[in-house]
Write a protein that binds this ligand. Structure first.
Ligand code: DC
Length: 209
């Protein structure tokens, strides 16, 4: 069974998707980490982030591994490096290129085909796995999303972070459409555990008896 969890930055996707995966015993796939790892490699190699064809080739030649919570590219563990604000700021530029998205989509589908997984991203329910068994779109008010991000990136400061989030929302906007058949959950006022329980219920309802 595939569970797709989409939504904007700070909506609670990662925490919810990881806990849900633990509860139902499925794999957890963070597709944002794949775009982040590619961005890290492009910056490390000084490849201009506006060059879609070059970035697509880079993605093709450097498969990303997601394993036990670690993210690898080019034989390097980039798990911590890809969470820095310098990556936050430019990853939408890389994620925008159709050449990059085509490679990522293929890899993400291959991973999905391995079976039971909770897959987190922006376009999982719409593009990568339109046939997902459960589709959820998480959202929250921007102020709440900014506060959550601030807790993860205290070094940045509230104002800079709010600006970054607004710019990222604009850059990611075209991919932030909920699937028509997605269950939409506003997490602004909800506890993580409540959100996880609601989705777990959807999963249990669709699981074969
Ligand atoms: O969820 P995140 O912040 O780690 O995502 C990083 C970037 O990758 C963000 O700009 C959105 C983009 N992304 C995407 O375009 N499609 C996905 N399936 C996942 C992430």
């Amino acid at each position: 069974m595939i569970v797709a969890i989409d939504g904007p930055a700070g909506a609670g996707k990662s925490t919810v998707a990881q806990r849900l995966a633990e509860r139902v015993g499925y794999r957890y796939l963070d597709t944002g980490a794949m775009y982040r790892a590619l961005t890290w490699l492009a910056m490390t190699r000084d490849i201009p982030l506006g060059e879609g064809a070059k970035l697509g080739a880079l993605a093709e030649e450097n498969p990303i591994t997601l394993e036990e919570g670690r993210v690898w590219i080019d034989d390097t563990d980039v798990t911590a490096a890809i969470r820095k604000s310098r990556i936050d700021r430019v990853v939408p530029v890389v994620a925008r290129h159709p050449e990059v998205r085509a490679i990522m989509r293929t890899r993400q589908r291959e991973l999905a085909e391995l079976g039971d997984a909770v897959i987190e991203g922006r376009d999982i329910g719409t593009v990568v796995c339109p046939g997902a068994d459960v589709k959820v779109y998480l959202n929250a008010e921007r102020q709440t999303r900014a506060e959550r991000r601030l807790a993860e990136r205290p070094e940045i400061g509230a104002d800079a972070l709010a600006t970054d989030l607004r710019i990222r929302d604009q850059s990611d906007a075209e991919r932030m459409m909920p699937a028509q058949d997605a269950v939409q959950i506003d997490t602004t006022e909800l506890d993580v555990e409540d959100v996880v329980s609601r989705i777990e219920q959807l999963v249990r309802e669709r699981q074969p008896a």
